[in-house]
Design a protein around this ligand. Sequence first.
Ligand SMILES: Cc1cc2nc3c(=O)[nH]c(=O)nc-3n(C[C@H](O)[C@H](O)[C@H](O)COP(=O)(O)OP(=O)(O)OC[C@H]3O[C@@H](n4cnc5c(N)ncnc54)[C@H](O)[C@@H]3O)c2cc1C
Length: 316
Amino acid sequence: MIGVVNNQIDKNTLELLGKANQMAVKIQTQVCLFIIGSKELKVDHVKDYADLTVLMLSENFGRFSLYPFLINLEKAILKYRPSILLSPATTFGRTIMPALAARLRTGLTADCTDLDVDDKGNLLQTRPAIGGNVMATIITPNHRPQMATVRPRSFSVQPEKREGRVRIEEITELEDSCELIKIEKREPSAQIDQAQIVVSVGKGLRRKENTQIAEKLAQLVSGAVGATRSVVDAKWFSHDHQVGLSGKTVKPKVYIAAGISGAVQHIAGMQTSEIVIAINKDRYAPIFKVADIGLVADAYSTLEQIVKILEDESDA
Ligand SMILES: Cc1cc2nc3c(=O)[nH]c(=O)nc-3n(C[C@H](O)[C@H](O)[C@H](O)COP(=O)(O)OP(=O)(O)OC[C@H]3O[C@@H](n4cnc5c(N)ncnc54)[C@H](O)[C@@H]3O)c2cc1C
C-alpha cells in the first residue's frame, strides 16, 4: 500500500495522490489517503483519488499540533502498514514526517522533487544534493515504511480512478502542550507558489528601487514577485519571495526571470513552470537553457516596456 498523509485536502494532496496512483499501477498495490485534521474537513470530492481514505478528525485538530497528531497518525500507520508513506513538504509534512519516521524507526528523504518505484517496490526518492549540483536518487531497501516529503508543485493532478472507500478511525484525545501566541498573516504578494504568473528578479536589476517595476508588472497581471537568493540576501525582498532549492518551488503558467543568471539552485525551484521567459544581457547565461523565450536585453528597460504596453492596452 502507498499512503499519502496530510492535515488538509488541497492541491498538494491531489498531486501526491496522482503520483501515488501511477506508482501503485506499476507495483499493483492500493493507495490510501490518511487525513488527520479538523472535523469540518469534507472528503467526498477526493475519495475517488484513493482506494481507501482513512479519516482521523477531531474538533481539537483544527490547528496542527505535533504530539496529538503524531500519536494518532502512528496508530493508523501501524494498523494499515503502508510500505510507502508520502506527505507534502509543507509546515505540516516537514514537522510530522521526521518525528513519525523516528517513532517507526525508519528513514525519511526530505524535500523530494521526483519519485518512482522499482519492480521490487523500492521507492526511488530523487532530490537535489550537494548544494543542488547533483540530483541524488535515494532508496531505503531495509526499512519500511519508506517515507518521503515532496515539494509542492512537483507533480500534476491526475484524473481520479480508484475505489473510493472511506473509514473513520477513533481518535485518542491528548493534551495539546503548544500554546498559540499569535497568528501573522502573510503579505499577499509573497504567495508565489499559488500565482499563475511569477515575475522573478535577480541581481541583474542592479538596485532595490529598480525592483518596483517587477512589482508593477506582477500587479498588472495579477501575479506575484519572486526573487533569487542573492536578491533576498541583499534584503531587496523577504525570504518569502525566494524561488529555488532553499526557497519555494513554483509551477506557474508563466515565469519571467529578469536579470537572473540561472544557477542550478534557482532552476531547481522553477523548472516545471509552463512557459519560462528569460531576460538577461548575457547571451550565455544558463537561464536561457531552460527558457522557452529568451531576450538578450537589459532587464529593467524590458520590464518597463512590457508594463507600458499593458498600461496602454488597458487605457485603450
Ligand atoms: C546551498 C545553496 C542553496 C541555494 N539556494 C538558492 C535558492 O533557493 N534560490 C536561488 O535563487 N539561489 C540559491 N542559491 C544561490 C545560487 O547559487 C546563485 O548564487 C543565485 O541564484 C544567483 O542569483 P542571481 O541570478 O540574482 O545573481 P547573479 O548570479 O549575480 O546573476 C545576475 C545575472 O544578471 C545578469 N545581468 C546583469 N546586469 C543585467 C542587466 N542590466 N539586464 C539583464 N541582465 C543583467 C547577469 O548577466 C547575470 O546572469 C543557493 C546556493 C547554495 C550554495
